[in-house]
Design a protein around this ligand. Structure first.
Ligand SMILES: Nc1ncnc2c1ncn2[C@@H]1O[C@H](COP(=O)(O)OP(=O)(O)OP(=O)(O)O)[C@@H](O)[C@H]1O
Ligand SMILES: [Mg+2]
Length: 160
């Protein structure tokens, strides 16, 4: 299977939220979105947008899971927001049972998902964030599984 990709350039945090919202609008239960990119590259703002697209109110204030490793929000589908940053090892990830969220009845968005790519389902949609300037971010979405390609086809129609 060939990997497909769509590249976006956002020029403000608001534009990154909007991109996430447009992704969130087409997501359904079982979807897994893996986010990678350096500190401050926009992963959490993007996740706030995904939440909006899933019908989660803005005042739920989606923030990085700090103590719990996973935050759960009720919307059109449940959003499970995972963050692997603070985990020391894959063993810790598995001991915390975080892999089980991939098989729950909801949408998973995982920050720092590139730390252990081997544990991610092959149907995930990969989103990579690069800081290009103080206010600009290059966001590359990619995947090769039929479900991720379907999402990418939808996202291609969304403005860049
Ligand atoms: N185009 C942009 N898209 C997203 N955020 C931007 C953009 N331009 C500037 N910013 C700023 O960059 C920061 C992004 O923070 P955010 O918490 O989303 O990063 P993160 O990738 O989740 O970081 P961490 O790895 O620490 O969790 C915010 O302060 C935001 O205002
Ligand atoms: Mg974050």
């Amino acid at each position: 299977m060939k990997e497909e990709c769509v590249i976006y350039h956002t020029t403000s945090a608001g534009e990154t939220v909007d991109l996430g919202r447009q992704l969130g609008e087409c997501l359904t239960r079982g979807d897994v979105i893996s986010l990678a990119g350096e500190l401050g590259s926009g992963k959490t703002w993007f996740t706030k947008g995904v939440g909006l697209g899933l019908g989660i109110a803005w005042d739920m204030v989606i923030t990085s899971p700090s103590f719990s490793l996973v935050n759960e929000y009720e919307g059109r589908h449940t959003l499970f927001h995972l963050d692997a940053y603070r985990l020391e090892s894959l063993a810790d990830f598995l001991a915390a049972g975080l892999d089980e969220y991939f098989y729950q009845d909801g949408v998973v968005v995982m920050e720092w998902a590139d730390r252990w790519p081997e544990i991610l389902p092959d149907y995930r949609l990969k989103c990579e964030f690069v800081i290009t300037d103080d206010h600009t971010r290059k966001i590359t979405m990619s995947g090769y599984h039929p479900r991720s390609v379907e999402i990418l086809k939808h996202m291609e129609k969304v403005g860049r």
